[in-house]
Design a protein around this ligand. Structure first.
Ligand code: AMP
Ligand code: TRP
Length: 331
């Protein structure tokens, strides 16, 4: 059975893009993989996090994952800082990775923007730590959204360079598992921007704790254009907002964009938004309700993470110890 590793930042409330791009696939992959799922709090503090909010959001994120169907007994769910192997291998990878490689990372450029000088060094070396997350478990498959593709290519470069520099075949190749449909869900306010937990406007995203009324309102207000829906996918070109709503519908209904347009092409956005709201409510509201129930029992959530961290460390410890020996650390 292949080993899966994936991570999600415990910042903000998980949004629909996280669910369709990541969480939903994590749940499905549990059927035929050994899965390790991680709340990456070390990654989270690469930008400022209020300490109490970070703790709270780590629990909230755990609740959403459990509510969505992650099974913490058959698999592993934990927070990154609880397993020291990540930081230790991350440091080694800081020394394997090259500045030239990091300089190509588009996510850093997007996040740091023009104010590059003023960002944390952690944000810059973030992809090295991400490589360490995966390789500390020698995981071979990594389910992520399309935005993480470049980071996984870098992780493969790091693994290869490590193997080459130390003359070993130690770290395996990593395969990205990117869902074809919902790989990139866009903002409801701007079809050219990724839907994100960190967007200042909550109207730009569906949160996985939204109730039915909130979902209906956000979809009613979602940006569109004056044309009716096209009948063919070619007609979605240069209509990013229309394409995004069609993609969301397709991902939720488990059909292709072409099939959505076969059903709804020619309609105005009014009726289409009503249909979209219906599928969204069906998918999101049960998870939102279960999340609220779980958040009433934070001790249970803490116990789940503690148990997961213990089992994660058992896998990572011997691998990272061996990597430390390979680089020449005296043991
Ligand atoms: P993050 O919220 O950046 O920690 O992302 C966690 C996971 O959700 C990663 O696998 C991302 O690729 C995925 N993800 C985040 N936002 C989106 C989005 N708008 N569309 C698709 N996947 C996303
Ligand atoms: N960088 C990922 C994101 O922002 C989160 C992440 C951290 C991750 N470590 C990982 C994803 C390891 C997959 C594997 O979405």
């Amino acid at each position: 059975m292949q080993r899966i590793f994936s991570g999600i930042q415990p910042t903000g409330i998980p949004q629909l893009g996280n669910y369709l791009g990541a969480i939903r696939n994590w749940v499905a992959l549990q059927a035929d993989h050994e899965c390790i799922f991680c709340l990456v709090d070390l990654h989270a503090i690469t930008v400022w996090q209020d300490p109490e909010a970070l703790r709270q959001q780590t629990l909230a994120q755990t609740a959403v994952l459990l509510a969505a169907g992650i099974d913490p007994k058959a698999h592993i769910l934990f927070n990154q800082s609880a397993v020291t192997a990540h930081a230790r291998l991350g440091w080694i990878f800081n020394c394997v990775s090259r500045l030239g490689w990091l300089n190509r990372m588009t996510q850093f450029k997007d996040k740091a923007g023009k104010d590059r000088e003023n960002h944390s060094a952690g944000l810059y070396v973030y992809p090295n730590l991400m490589a360490a997350d995966i390789l500390a478990y020698k995981a071979t498959r990594v389910p992520v959204g399309d935005d993480q593709r470049q980071h996984l290519e870098l992780a493969n470069d790091i693994a290869q360079k490590f193997n080459h520099d130390y003359g070993v075949e130690f770290f395996p190749a990593i395969e990205a598992l990117i869902p074809p449909a919902a790989a990139r869900i866009m903002s409801l306010r701007d079809g050219t921007k990724k839907m994100s937990k960190s967007d200042p406007s909550a109207q730009s995203r569906i949160e996985m704790t939204d109730d039915a009324d909130t979902i209906a309102l956000k979809i009613r207000r979602a940006k569109t254009d004056p044309e009716p829906l096209p009948t063919e996918t070619a007609g979605l070109q240069d209509r990013p907002e229309a394409r995004n709503l069609v993609d969301i519908y397709a991902a939720l209904a488990g059909i292709t964009a072409a099939e959505v347009l076969a059903r709804h092409g020619g309609e105005g956005f009014g009726p289409f938004k009503t249909a979209l709201t219906e599928v969204l409510v069906q998918a999101v509201v049960p998870i939102a309700e279960e999340t609220r129930r779980l958040l009433d029992a934070p001790d249970h959530l803490r116990a789940v993470l503690r148990d997961g961290a213990g089992r994660a460390a058992e896998i990572a410890e011997p691998i990272v110890s061996e990597a430390e020996r390979l680089v020449g650390f005296l043991k």
